[in-house]
Write a new protein. Structure first.
Length: 196
């Protein structure tokens, strides 16, 4: 893998910001931290990070393509730095040179079960692997979209009621009070046993 860090050039700044926002947005939504449509990383936060004293912006480049980036803030006086923002571009896959004549392309999207599912392609040249990986990504995105559509369809259908009828609110409150009382009694008993 020929991954390199390069200083961010002014002409790459709009794409850099968009890629960073997209990566944060997708990561937060896949992780269930934010609702769809809720902005995770506003451009003002990126600008604030870029404008900080001692800030240095890097782009991660592989095969001539920006695949990620980082903003590092360096304190020259203390000779100490910290990573302010870091992102990896989503949906591009990863290509690794396994040996002199074999490349592996991997794509690992978050599936509807909340786990990453990886699939690989292999080729004898980087270019051939890139083409195969593009096809794999399109296929997996289509498969994932279909699964999401099926899940939404199942979720929108009325469910047949099984088992007991729903309890009345006052019955639920009584049951909750009994459960709380039982737990409190059990806790008090355990505490007394501990003290003895």
């Amino acid at each position: 893998m020929n991954l390199g860090l390069r200083l961010l050039e002014k002409r790459d700044l709009p794409q850099y910001k968009a890629d960073m926002q997209g990566a944060f947005q997708l990561g937060a939504q896949e992780g269930g931290c934010f609702a769809a449509g809720e902005l995770v990383l506003p451009e003002s936060d990126i600008d604030r990070s870029l404008g900080a004293e001692g800030a240095i912006a890097y782009r991660a480049v592989e095969g001539g393509q920006i695949v990620g980036g980082a903003i590092v803030v360096w304190d020259r006086e203390k000779k100490l730095g910290h990573l302010d923002l870091l992102y990896v571009k989503h949906g591009t896959g990863c290509i690794t040179e396994i040996n002199d004549h074999l490349f592996e392309g991997r794509y690992s999207p978050m599936w509807i079960d909340g786990k990453k599912h990886s699939r690989n392609v292999y080729a004898h040249t980087r270019e051939e692997c890139e083409e195969k990986l593009k096809v794999l990504i399109v296929e997996m995105k289509a498969e994932l979209a279909e699964l999401k559509k099926q899940k939404a369809k199942i979720g929108s259908q009325p469910q047949a009621r099984e088992g007991k009828k729903r309890k009345k609110p006052e019955q639920t409150k009584k049951a909750s009070k009994r459960l709380i009382s039982r737990c409190a009694d059990n806790f008090a008993h355990q505490e007394m046993s501990f003290l003895e």
